[in-house]
Design a protein around this ligand. Sequence first.
Ligand code: NAP
Ligand code: SF4
Length: 675
Amino acid sequence: MMFKQLFTPIKIGSLTLPNRIIMGSMHTGLDHTDDPFGRLAEFYKERAQGGVSLIVTGGVSPNEEGLIAPGAMMLTEAKQVASYKLITDTVQQQGSHIIMQILHAGRYAKHDHLVAPSAIRSPINRFEPSAMTEAQILQTIDDFVNCADLAQQAGFNGIELLGSEGYLLNEFTAPRTNHRSDQWGGCLENRARFPLSIVRSIREKLGTGFFIQYRMSVLELVEDGWNIEEAQSFAQALETAGVDLINTGIGWHEASIPTIAMTVPRGAFSWATAKIKQAVNIPVAAANRINTAELAEEIIKRGDADMVYLSRPFLADPDFVLKAKQQRSQEINTCIACNQSCLDHLFNNKTVSCLVNPRACHETIYRLKPKTTRPQKIAVIGAGAAGLSFSIEAAKQGHNITLFEAAASIGGQLLLARKVPGKDEFDELLRYFQVMLDKHAVNLQLNSRVDAQQLKAAGFDAVVLASGIKPRKLTLPGSDQANVLSYEQAFNSPEKVGQRVVIIGAGGIGYDMAEFLSHHALNTDPVSEFNNNWGIDADGKQPGALLKNPAKPTKSIRDITLVQRKADKFGRTLGKTTGWIHQVELQKRGVKTLGDLSYNKIDAAGLHITQRGEAKLLPADTIVVCAGQEARDDLADSLVSTFKALYRIGGVNEVRELDAAKAISDAQQLAYQLN
Ligand code: NAP
Ligand code: SF4
């Protein structure tokens, strides 16, 4: 595909950009490392080398109160300028532009001197904000101007003001959080006074040559948020105040509607961006769940936006732009919107990474290696996530790789994951792996079971065992009955699953299974289905774009009970930022959960349990076992005695910590260690 729209240059304010793709702001957690500026510079450098023309940094606070957490980035004094200059110089030497996002966290700040327009605590923060005095408001405006001024001195091409997702500027514009009765609250004109004063003051101080981008909240998706007409009026006021580009934010962090997870259809919110574009004459950028060049092209072609704002896709692939430009979009390592190694890491106080690209934010640790001068002949057994990743990385380095897979296609456990409704993004990962195997000439042998002697006879120098896992079988009486299926059997043959189902095991796979067996495929387009499901007003006319009378949720097509032995809260092992979505979805469909019990036996009537001393029957036509895994290591012993150089990666290595992110990361680390 040519991507004519994406590569049509555009002049915005003082900047002329060769393409329409902005690398969006991301919290990386690098600010909490030993070398924040050095590591950030390398992180951005690789993206600039990959053809991004405009990078937006992670949020930088204009003052102490605005810090998202202690130790986060802040720019308040001239002595800090030199550190930031390392970043701007590095990016601009690659021919890209970089702007600094100014983020005042407002009532989302995780420290005890946080401020907000009114003293209303956020439901997702235990810290209570104090209401800003008039003097504090005026001081904060000055702080924003000072921060922008210092950013200009540090060589940034401009700034982005973060006025969405429920941070301070957004808290002023929203009736939900602004209960003031002075000139900074009440009518829209008053609520907008604070952010507009900031824009005007920055423009006045730094002149027309300084690029100002504003990320405004379009759909708030919370009660007492504004509606699309107010958002349009505010966008017009931003234009008048001197903003060069409007970037469109969707949903507050405290919204109970997903906005970027895998279950959100691609491009689900570009219709809302289009409404802002209709209201103004300056360029507008669309964001949220845009992860392919094809979709980005379509959004611009349709006229929904002038630019696209992609963040996580640049964790997944630093060369996204270059590959699109060279018509190699099939080689793009696509962000699958899992949040597993990016946002989940961040919320667990770990440096961000990426499930499909573990090098992201670790560029100075896993340095790219030149081709080897001593190529090895390596056999890899198993074409799941670990075997595929290792093969590709090792082949890139010039090793001679043969990848053996017993099944008829690559993918291993990923082939099951992709069957879960809302998880079809895994297809992109499979596509990427296949394209890369071909590109790097990995010798793929499907339908091939091999043994140690064959591998020895073929003269391999080393063997990488990536044969994965098999579902754990229960030892419970009756677990060999015909009405008991492993999760693999249920995913592959859903027609064998009856109407009344008990799922044993409520880990990630138990939840996925409940989703798979309860889902009712509707014949509407995915965006309408998503809007109906989550009660979103697709005209945006209601406050917060929330429907007054949302449609009743569609019930499960089966009667499903998810059971676990422990007394813990259900869903504790699910992703930090996505687990709640699965739980809400299943609750809406009427899937039941039952814990704190022991299993006695299975028979034709169902699962017999004891709960708090009482024996019970859970009637079921089918019992699906999602009780974890065992290593598929039948070959291990014979390989150990045949090969000195034998490595294990993925589930066969550490079955308890099995997950695609770990499998890919371990595989790539092993590949980097090869000579
Ligand atoms: P898991 O998370 O370890 O859950 C296994 C479940 O089976 C537990 O709830 C456990 O609960 C139960 N169980 C364990 N041994 C059992 C036994 N002998 N008899 C009966 N029940 C038993 O494993 P998983 O669900 O298979 O997931 C595997 C990996 O894939 C995990 O690392 C998971 O995080 C990952 N994954 C993640 C996602 C995601 O959405 N991020 C999705 C799928 C998989 P009790 O002991 O309380 O009964
Ligand atoms: Fe995308 Fe998942 Fe990587 Fe995050 S971890 S950037 S969501 S693929």
